[in-house]
Design a binder for this molecule. Structure first.
Ligand SMILES: Cc1cc2nc3c(=O)[nH]c(=O)nc-3n(C[C@H](O)[C@H](O)[C@H](O)COP(=O)(O)OP(=O)(O)OC[C@H]3O[C@@H](n4cnc5c(N)ncnc54)[C@H](O)[C@@H]3O)c2cc1C
Length: 426
């Protein structure tokens, strides 16, 4: 039986790895970041059940870390792929953590004592972390990483670490893995809202993105689950969600629908209404796309909870008497509406992961004009690519929600599994 390489440790890669490993296949799970988990680890709740995201994901992450058939490679990138189905040689670069992975027990003493605070990417930029850090409390592997770009070499972490796990020197290591097949699950990035200057992101403190909102809403996030305005720390009296920011936008070369934004905006609007019943919540939209199982009912529930849906897209968010103002044409009534939100949340779309095209190049497979990976056949062979033995799954293929990612991961795992026995069957 050959091994399988899975590139990307989000929910898609995790599910594919678990399915294969449960069938006795050795899986090498390659993750660029210091922890597996991907975007799902950043979310607060998940539609359409509003279950806590980490309550679903964390047990899967733990299963991956304990599975005898799964090897996790974090801080790792694929640098080259050669060979063919049944016998690929995958070259990887393991970037330095400046931590002895065997010695570190993740106690966090070094994090406590580190005096440096920097921008925290896991919190979508709205919180801070230390120069020696864990991406989040449920990180897998449960060990720290030293960020040498910001470390001031004060020496406090070396002194406090009783296990002498923190390294002064470290270097990238090149390795090669042999595998029968490869699954690409490199996921997505969110649209950079600053590109839509008219909405004032990074110009007005109370214009934030949906991912920042998810982190704020999260009890283990930087605000402990409290929704506050950056300008004055107050709870906003009116929150306006603006849909399709970086989706269905031909001028920005993003003609596609991001598939999840209508649903996640409804989710966050409902959570807001539950937590702050006095806060008015309005969603500004072009169309509501609630196509999945139970999704239309979810939409009805949002309306019943007092979430206002106003069909119309604003041209801009403008500063007005120390606050903000949005003028929008209500395309159902034809009338103009004037809103004075305390907080604006931009529902940013999904775009291909930044290095998707370089992975595609290394694998010798095409991406579409949008930058997402191209399936061999859009209808009946969505996980296969033009190269036998290389499969794609999840949001690396196109924007999609978690249930769809999991289903596609399972399909890709099945196809990869068949390749592992190829050398014995031909
Ligand atoms: C604000 C917001 C709210 C959402 N809410 C919901 C919700 O409530 N319910 C729902 O169903 N969906 C929701 N979604 C969508 C959900 O996030 C995705 O469906 C899901 O997380 C995609 O998982 P994935 O594994 O395909 O991708 P990702 O989560 O992006 O994982 C990809 C992984 O691959 C890694 N990677 C990337 N490139 C490389 C490389 N070159 N080498 C190695 N590793 C690499 C990344 O670091 C990452 O860990 C939401 C999305 C957003 C933006």
């Amino acid at each position: 039986m050959g091994d399988v390489v899975v590139i990307g440790g989000g929910v898609t890669g995790i599910q594919a790895a678990l399915d294969l490993a449960d069938h006795g296949i050795v899986v090498h799970l390659i993750e660029r970041e210091p922890s597996i988990g991907g975007h799902m680890a950043q979310l607060d709740k998940t539609f359409p059940t509003n279950d806590c995201s980490m309550c679903i994901l964390s047990p899967k992450m733990l299963d991956v870390s304990r599975h005898p058939n799964i090897r996790i490679y974090t801080c790792t990138e694929v640098t080259g792929i050669e060979g063919e189905v049944g016998d690929f040689r995958v070259r990887i670069r393991r970037n330095p953590r400046y931590i002895d992975e065997e010695l570190c027990n993740g106690c966090g003493d070094c994090i406590q004592i580190c005096p440096v605070e920097v921008y925290n990417r896991f919190d979508a930029g709205i919180g801070v972390r230390k120069a020696v850090y864990k991406p989040h409390s449920q990180a897998i592997p449960d060990i720290v990483i030293k960020d040498t770009e910001h470390c001031i070499e004060c020496g406090l972490c070396y002194d406090i670490c009783g296990r002498e796990a923190i390294r002064k020197e470290d270097a990238p290591r090149e390795e090669e893995i042999r595998a029968a097949s490869i699954i690409i699950a490199s996921g997505y990035d969110v649209f950079d809202a600053a590109q839509k200057e008219q909405f004032g992101y990074l110009r007005y403190p109370d214009v934030i993105t949906s991912l920042e909102f998810e982190r704020m809403m999260n009890a283990s996030g930087p605000t402990g689950g409290s929704i506050r305005r950056f300008s004055d720390g107050k709870i906003p009296g009116h929150v306006v969600f603006v849909q399709c920011v970086g989706s269905r936008d031909i001028q920005l070369s993003r003609p596609y629908c991001s598939g999840v934004c209508c649903m996640y905006a409804m989710k966050n609007a409902m959570l807001l209404r539950e937590k702050y019943p006095d806060t008015r919540v309005t969603i500004l939209y072009m169309d509501i796309r609630a196509y999945g199982k139970g999704y239309e009912e979810y939409f009805e529930r949002a309306k019943a909870m007092g979430v206002e849906f106003l069909r119309g897209m604003p041209a801009e968010v403008i500063a007005n008497r120390g606050g903000m103002m949005i003028r929008v044409e209500n395309t159902e009534t034809g009338g103009m509406e004037e809103l004075h939100p305390g907080l604006v949340v931009l529902s940013v779309g999904l775009e291909p992961a930044k290095d998707a095209s370089s992975i595609a190049e290394r694998c010798g497979i095409p991406v579409e004009d949008t930058g997402f990976f191209r399936s061999l056949d859009e209808k009946v062979n969505t996980v296969a690519t033009i190269r036998p033995g290389i499969y794609i799954a999840g949001t690396a293929v196109s924007p999609r929600d978690i249930p769809d990612c999991v289903a596609q991961a399972q399909a890709a795992a099945m196809r990869a599994f068949l390749d592992t026995a190829r050398d014995e069957t031909v």
